[in-house]
Design a protein around this ligand. Sequence first.
Ligand SMILES: [Zn+2]
Ligand SMILES: [Zn+2]
Length: 307
Amino acid sequence: MNSLTQFQLSTGKILGLLFIATLLYGISEFVYLKFIKKVAKSKEYGTTFIAIIVLILVAVLVSQTYGRINTAIIGIWASKYSLFQTDLSWYWWIYGLVVYEFFYWIQHWLAHKVRLLWCIHSPHHAPESMNMFVGFNHSFLESIFYMPFFLGFFPAICGVRPEIIIVVNILDTVYGSFLHISDHVLKGRLKFIEKFLQTPIYHRIHHAQNVAYMDTNYTSITLLWDYVFKTFQPLKSSLPIQYGITRDVNTESFKDTHFGEFRLLWEDIKNAKTLKEKFQYIFMPPGWTSVGELQTASYLKQKLVDI
Ligand SMILES: [Zn+2]
Ligand SMILES: [Zn+2]
């Protein structure tokens, strides 16, 4: 076993322990929200629980069939094809974080701007409340078949060492979970930290269905690429966050939250009059239509400005 594989296995154990710790916190948070605050939406929690079970089962099935597919393994494999060689000097760690976050921003932006990818990403946005379990509520398609390529393959091709990819990925996973902490537990602002780091408040804005908040705050650790691509959005004191997605969704149904967007896309593809329109429904942003008024986030935002 080479040292890289050993490193990956030992960091995998750390990630496993952190996952269990986060899970235990999530359960305590649920108990607090349910029995003390009396605000927990139990059936929404149930949907998330099914999503986690499906995610784990698919991961086991895929690993039995093809071998394990995750960011670390894809990163180690792709590092053989790096465009240039780097090492573990401190400045390459900074480079690694910047590159990893760049591809994180790209994949997250695409997940919101390409309708087919939105079908895969939208289950994460469906819940109408915020709690630690929302952080785990990802489609199995996103976590297993999609993110490893953006977060492992592309950074490795850009010369980021696999060790750096693995550590940043752990940081991203843990910090990304923290971003979903309940607003009943952590209400306050995080002072100077929020000038350069993503925070739960910013991520709550990302989960909002209010038009002014749509498609903002994509990053998961620092705010760098949200600043660069002008997608950073602070909280407006006059606009409370309304969690969820804009379609009429039953958040208590696993089938509707995870496959409802696919069903609607399929309807649109079937009803499209030309082949070009069919492709447009698949690849244009959610809300694009060939009939009637557009409902895309950028169009709705422009309308807000014009009023
Ligand atoms: Zn998102
Ligand atoms: Zn989230």
